[in-house]
Design a protein around this ligand. Structure first.
Ligand SMILES: [Zn+2]
Ligand SMILES: [Zn+2]
Length: 361
């Protein structure tokens, strides 16, 4: 069938709105009509060529919509179901899945071998971030589609698929912080604000948010930061020390993909503290740390991929917290744009001014 999509034809250039061909869902797959797809910084990194990959491609992976058709063997979902669509394609049975880490699933799926997308000339189009959700329809493995109740607005639900899973998950899954720990969150965008609300839900105190954009710093307060630091102008290490009784941070969450910030984070950990790296810099960027200090101070650096998410249990928990008024989603949306205006939405996200811009269909 045909669908409309925002296609990346050249890195760093505007996306082009095209009619493309999308295959019917195969065994174990679902066709979802998109309702909303937010723009994540990972999409922008791919569009800019920072992580390589083939072109043309359709990106977009923070998505929600309505199931339109299911392939053979799919019994868990049916047409009309509302779903959050994530990039976490997982089999449930490989060693990674079996130990509760579906983000590292080892299975190779038919969708990994052949893209479901082709352009008007019949040329294959990359199924970006295993989702390709800057399009009116997506075909994904059923493991990527998580059923949600119909009373959750789909534009808000879309944010769960990456920003919320990742930010909240870094705190409650990867770090598994204890109530009463202190937390520093560097970067107050879509992922950082969710790390902040994860720290609030987990009972962290103080929760210290760091950014350089006044608007994001104000948002951090609303999402649960007890203290904020503007890294442009304030002495970050000094302020963190002052707010933590001179010890510095139990946990530092780095939600931006910037080398210097990762290096700074390490300097903000207390002895026996930990830094959780969530944001991913362009490929090939190396940060400098002093292993001697790390060993002498018994510190840890942890990577957190997609917040160590297990979508089938994490998404329903997040939805329940949202419906209970304990987790903010609606407030994360800065702007809503039709697919035709995606380049404006991307420019706004790129400028750093937006929390999350969402393409609505
Ligand atoms: Zn993302
Ligand atoms: Zn697996």
């Amino acid at each position: 069938m045909k669908t409309r999509a925002a296609v990346c034809r050249a890195f760093g250039e505007p996306l082009s709105i095209e009619t493309i061909e999308i295959t019917e869902p195969g065994p174990g797959e679902v066709l979802v009509r998109m309702a909303a797809c937010a723009i994540c910084h990972s999409d922008i990194f791919y569009m800019d060529g920072a992580w390589g990959g083939e072109l043309p491609a359709v990106y977009g992976h923070e998505a929600a919509g309505v199931v339109e058709a299911v392939g053979p063997g799919v019994t868990r979902l049916k047409p009309g179901d509302h779903v959050v669509a994530t990039l976490i394609r997982n089999c449930g049975f490989c060693p990674a899945c079996a130990e509760g880490a579906p983000v590292f699933c080892e299975e190779v799926f038919p969708l990994d071998k052949a893209t479901p997308l082709h352009d008007g000339a019949g040329k294959p189009v990359v199924h970006g971030l295993r989702t390709g959700a800057f399009a009116e329809h997506i075909v994904v493995d059923a493991s990527q589609a998580v059923l949600i109740p119909r009373d959750v607005k789909l534009d808000s639900a879309a944010l769960i698929a990456c920003g919320v899973l990742t930010g909240l998950g870094a705190v409650v899954n990867t770090a598994n912080v204890k109530a009463g720990s202190n937390a520093v969150v560097i970067g107050c965008g879509g992922v950082g604000l969710n790390a902040i609300q994860g720290a609030r839900l987990a009972g962290c105190d103080p929760i210290i948010a760091i950014d350089v954009e006044p608007g994001k710093i104000a948002a951090a307060r609303e999402f649960g930061a007890t203290h904020t630091i503007n890294a442009r102008g304030e002495n970050v290490e000094g302020r963190v020390k002052e707010l933590t009784g001179g010890r510095k941070a139990d946990w530092v969450f780095v939600t931006v993909g910037v080398k210097g910030v990762a290096e700074q984070a390490v300097s903000l950990m207390k002895r026996n503290g930990a830094t959780v790296l969530v944001g991913m810099p362009p490929s090939g960027v190396a940060a400098t740390i002093d292993p001697g200090w790390l060993a002498a101070d018994g510190q840890k650096i942890l990577g957190s991929k997609m917040g160590s998410a297990r979508p089938m249990t994490d998404v329903p928990k997040i939805v329940a917290l949202y419906l209970d008024g304990r987790l903010k989603l609606d407030e994360l949306i800065t702007g809503r744009y039709p697919l035709e205006k995606i380049n404006e939405a991307v420019a706004s996200s790129r400028s750093g001014a937006a929390l999350r811009n969402v393409i609505v269909f």
